[in-house]
Design a protein around this ligand. Structure first.
Ligand code: ADP
Ligand code: PHD
Length: 453
């Protein structure tokens, strides 16, 4: 049994949904179909999820949301008409979204989640109706009925272990099941969404639950590329990569697959195949436990910006028991999570996402670090980008750091920080955000211009 997830780009129009139908019916193993909400039809288009967010925000502020609401209904209506479905389904969708928008607002984050989930939920109902119209035995399944239970963390749900046993029972259901992605239910019965792009997580969780043989993730590119195609034109395709490599790359900026979506599939040993809805016969990229190391040290280079570092130095920091704990406690008390923590003998840098550190908070934190830890220097550096070099081959290749730093130096790019991940499959360079693209380009040139992967 295969679990097949289709992303927003694969559900954006009726023509795309016809492709989905062809793909599903071309393989009898494709039994459970996880769908996102209709995504962008063209680069400047707005995803249905973003329109729902706008509606919910306006509604929370007591403002008129009819313009955005009509845009949403228009999207569903065009799809339904294009697929030859009756007007009834659009009317039902309209009523359902209106009902959700007029529900209780006493818990805004919970309200937002319930409205956002309408995107996937209605898309699943629509796809199921279309499959039925085509005389396929297919039905919509609600995540609560299926047993997808999650933590009560609005916008950041995590699956509860008890879901897996319940999801296994889906194997007994006949016909094709259309499962809405992106949300589950808390034990109290509330709708809770995963983080953005979280339908990938639903697919992985369901694949684990039913012990699928394969998790196919259909998107709009032929493969996972070794670098973001927005930075390098026509980059090399990755045929096969390990779970660890994909986790590092998606965390660091490859938004083709959600970084939290690997663990459930990995735990059940289920391979993931990223494929293209617009070119389904292309083999795509396979994410597996182990791969043969035929290429050079790297499989991919990812990058992301919007980081800052808090640099702290204090003579004999290495001998001071509890220094790190006290430092992290200051962050914890300010509800700040950190991403990396490169350190030396007398100094340490804490890398955090910049949006967690408004300027007022920065001053307070600097003062506390000076006062409570008696630090010699505390410096906050903003607007950093992190360039992540990833590859299982790094463990067996000497000189990777030297090659990357030489490429950066030749391009006149200053390295703000280097961090070798303890997993030994990644290495991170911190550069100024304005150097991000150039840094990725020169490192790509150094490692990929002649290699075969
Ligand atoms: N390294 C990469 N390989 C492939 N695609 C990438 C990579 N980095 C970023 N992307 C982008 O990810 C997009 C697919 O992800 P997404 O937009 O979430 O698709 P979907 O609508 O299927 O969920 C691609 O169109 C591509 O622009
Ligand atoms: N629709 C949700 C969840 C999702 O997974 O979407 P997509 O498959 O389009 O990335 C979002 O936009 O976040």
């Amino acid at each position: 049994m295969k679990i097949v997830k289709f992303g927003g780009s694969s559900l954006a129009t009726s023509e795309q949904i016809e492709k989905v139908f062809q793909i599903v019916t071309s393989d009898v193993e494709r039994k459970i179909i996880v769908v996102s909400a209709p995504g962008k039809r063209f680069p400047d288009d707005i995803k249905v999820t973003d329109l729902l967010i706008s509606c919910a925000q306006l509604s929370l502020q007591g403002k008129d949301y009819s313009k955005e609401f009509n845009q949403i209904i228009q999207r569903y209506s065009e799809i339904a008409n294009g697929l030859g479905l009756s007007e009834d389904i659009t009317n039902e969708i309209s009523l359902g979204i209106e009902l959700s928008l007029s529900s209780k607002k006493d818990h805004p984050a919970r309200y937002m989640d319930a409205v956002m989930a309408c995107g996937e939920d209605n898309c699943a109902r629509l796809v199921a109706s279309y499959f039925q119209l085509k005389e396929l035995e297919a039905s919509y399944i609600n995540p609560k009925e299926a047993g997808l239970f999650v933590t009560n963390e609005p916008g950041h749900a995590q699956v509860l272990a008890k879901s897996y046993e319940k999801l296994f029972e889906l194997r007994k259901k006949s016909g094709i099941l259309i499962f809405p992605g992106f949300f589950g239910y808390s034990e109290e019965g509330h709708i809770v969404t995963f983080s953005r792009s979280g339908s990938d997580i639903t697919g992985s969780v369901v694949a684990n639950g039913v012990k699928a043989t394969l998790y196919e993730n259909f998107t709009d590119v032929d493969a996972v590329f070794s670098v973001n195609p927005a930075i390098i034109h026509n980059p090399k395709e990755i045929k096969e990569l390990t779970y660890r490599e994909m986790r590092e790359l998606s965390y660091a900026g490859f938004n083709v697959f959600h970084d939290e979506a690997l663990i459930p599939a990995f735990q059940a040993g289920i391979p993931v195949n990223i494929k293209n809805t617009n070119n389904p016969t292309a083999p795509g990229s396979r994410i597996v436990k182990e791969r043969t190391l035929s290429n050079g040290p790297l499989i991919g280079i990812a990058s992301d910006n919007g980081f800052c570092s808090i640099y702290i130095s204090k003579y004999l920091m290495n001998r001071e028991i509890g220094f790190g704990r006290k430092l992290l406690q200051i962050l914890e008390e300010n509800q700040i999570s950190y991403e990396h923590q490169p350190s030396g003998i007398d100094d340490i840098s804490i890398i955090i996402r910049q949006n967690q550190l408004p300027v007022e908070l920065e001053c307070q934190i600097i003062n506390r670090i000076h006062d409570e830890l008696d630090a010699d220097h505390v410096v906050v550096e903003r607007d950093l980008a992190l360039i992540m070099l990833v590859g299982e081959g790094m463990r067996h290749n000497v000189g990777t750091t030297a090659r990357a730093s030489k490429a950066l130096a030749n391009a006149g790019i200053n390295i703000e920080m280097i961090n070798q991940g303890s997993s030994e499959v990644s290495m991170m360079f911190g550069v100024k955000s304005f150097d991000e693209k150039k840094a990725v380009q020169v490192i790509y040139e150094e490692f990929f211009s002649k290699s075969v992967i």
